[in-house]
Design a protein around this ligand. Structure first.
Ligand code: BG6
Length: 503
């Protein structure tokens, strides 16, 4: 739809930002916390820092919340570290862990900021991993249920918005990178990832059911990572490849959460590949009871799907070091391949910068599921350090956020129901694979991969820009945005693709 005026954001729209416990807290061995699998995984990402200190939010949370208030936040999405709450297999609840999150929640509420909590963001306690072999053993379902029930009982009087599992889809698609597939051969992983995924679905369902049971007025949703896949061309095979990619990277998860059953695509896929996801009697009844209230959507970028070259071997796309142009695009023979979109620029990690993908995602999700949505991640990862003037002039991040948020507004005007925007991230924090070398924050944290420095906070230019936008409830863009409304802002060929594409 073409719109005449700037979008109007709903009253009480949740403006904030996001983080995850293991990426922001540090203090991994303090306050009774025991190690989690992602601590170990982060140690394998050399030459980047691990998560033992990162932004040290554990010790700086008061200062961080004060900065959020200054920025005008009305929401903050963060996660709870399971091993801070239940440090060992004896299921004893750790009072120091409870106290830390109580203090953080109370500090937020006193600052007028609504807490939104993710229950699981990649950080399974090592004791759970050792006892159950990660997500492989159904014993984890009960353990997860005990953990989430503890969170609801301890914090549910004040926290009404909950998120079950962060990017379950990406944990399966990038299982090797995120450490979920540790020790498994490619062949084993191809089968076992669906069994693990089924157990994760049961854990998600348990969390939804328990939230509704224990939190008065509580609302809960999953957090899919949504990367829309545009077909590379109108070649019919590219269309099907793009659809395959959507199914195998996101749609089968979203369908399960919303419709509470496996879709026919995945059931047929399992049959053809002789995969038994090990569904037991009663499982689908449990899933059917887990009626979600909304979708939390993480959306950073889009991808391009094309017919896969059968002569290529399987690749899973990643850019490991942030050197532009090194991205290896996924190729799954028989299903789909991904490719560079020449019409958009990229970050140094080759992530497409595509504000329209935000509008596309929200419209797509709304059309398919008709559930309200909250943006829980979007953001610009960059190499950054303090300049000679002691500041960070992150115009690229302002451009990214401005255009993405404007497109959230356009999606709302198109008809999608969206109730908040929480980009990644508030302060700088540890990236999943690139330590402190890949920064997303509105606030710079003075620490690097090789030098902890003084961890002092510095407001980036994006902080000031975002603050104005929030305080005007999405009115003060600082720029004429009309070009986005009627597509007069066409997408030119990206600068590094000019010699490859003839228009
Ligand atoms: C999301 C995750 O997928 O992407 C975050 O939920 C992550 O945990 C973010 O940090 C950005 O990814 P990366 O690899 O740049 O840190």
């Amino acid at each position: 739809m073409r719109h005449i005026a700037d979008p109007v954001f709903p009253k009480n729209f949740f403006w904030g930002a996001s983080s995850a416990a293991w990426q922001v807290e540090g203090a991994v061995a303090e306050g009774g916390r025991t190690p989690s699998i992602i601590d170990l995984n982060s140690k394998t990402k050399k030459p980047f820092a691990d998560n033992s200190i990162t932004a040290d939010h554990y010790h700086h949370y008061k200062e961080d919340v004060a900065l959020m208030k200054e920025c005008g936040f009305t929401s903050y999405r963060f996660s709870i570290s399971w091993s801070r709450i239940i440090p060992a297999a004896d299921r004893k609840v750790n009072p120091e862990g409870i106290a830390f999150y109580n203090n953080l929640i109370n500090e937020l509420i006193a600052a007028g900021i609504t807490p939104i909590i993710t229950l699981y963001h990649y950080d399974m306690p090592v004791w759970v991993d050792e006892k159950f072999g990660g997500w492989h053993d159904r014993g984890i379902i009960d353990e997860f249920d005990f953990y989430v029930r503890t969170c609801f009982k301890e914090f549910g009087d004040r926290v009404k918005y909950w998120l079950s599992i962060n990017e379950q889809n990406m944990q399966i698609v990038y299982g090797k990178w995120l450490g979920v597939a540790k020790g498994l051969s490619d062949e084993e992983w191809e089968v076992q990832k669906w069994q693990i995924n089924h157990i994760m679905n049961l854990c998600h369902a348990k969390a939804v059911i328990a939230c509704h049971e224990l939190v008065e007025g509580g609302k809960i949703g999953p957090v899919p990572g949504y990367v829309p896949i545009y077909p590379k061309s109108c070649r019919p095979e590219d269309q099907i490849a793009a659809m395959n990619a959507e199914e195998l990277t996101q749609k089968i998860w979203d369908d399960l959460y919303a419709y509470r059953e496996y879709n026919t695509f995945i059931k047929n896929y399992w049959k053809e590949h002789n995969i038994d996801p090990l569904i037991q009697p009663g499982d689908m009844e449990l899933i059917a009871r887990a009626k979600i209230d909304f979708f939390a959507v993480n959306c950073y970028r889009s991808d391009v799907g094309k017919y896969p070259d059968p002569s290529y071997t399987q690749e899973i796309g990643l850019n490991k070091y942030g050197r532009k142009g090194e991205f290896i695009y996924t190729n799954l023979p028989g299903e789909y391949a991904l490719d560079r979109n020449p019409y958009v620029e990229t970050t140094d990690w080759d992530w497409h910068i595509d504000p329209v993908c935000m509008r596309y995602s929200l419209r797509y999700m709304w059309d398919h599921y008709h559930l309200p949505m909250l943006i829980t991640e979007a953001g610009y990862g960059a190499h950054e350090d303090l300049g000679p003037d002691g500041k960070i002039h992150d115009d690229y991040r302002i451009d990214y956020l401005r255009d993405y948020i404007y497109n959230v507004g356009l999606a709302i005007e198109d008809g999608a129901e969206v109730w908040g925007f929480n980009p990644w991230s508030f302060t700088d924090l540890l990236s999943t694979g690139n330590g402190m070398a890949k920064r997303y924050g509105l606030v710079f944290v003075n620490t690097t991969d090789d030098d902890v420095r003084d961890l002092k906070r510095y407001k980036k230019d994006s902080f000031y820009w975002y603050s104005k936008l929030i305080k005007s409830n999405g009115r003060e863009w600082g720029k004429d945005m009309s070009a986005w409304r009627d597509f007069t802002k066409t997408s030119p060929v990206a600068s590094d693709m000019k010699d490859k594409v003839k228009e």
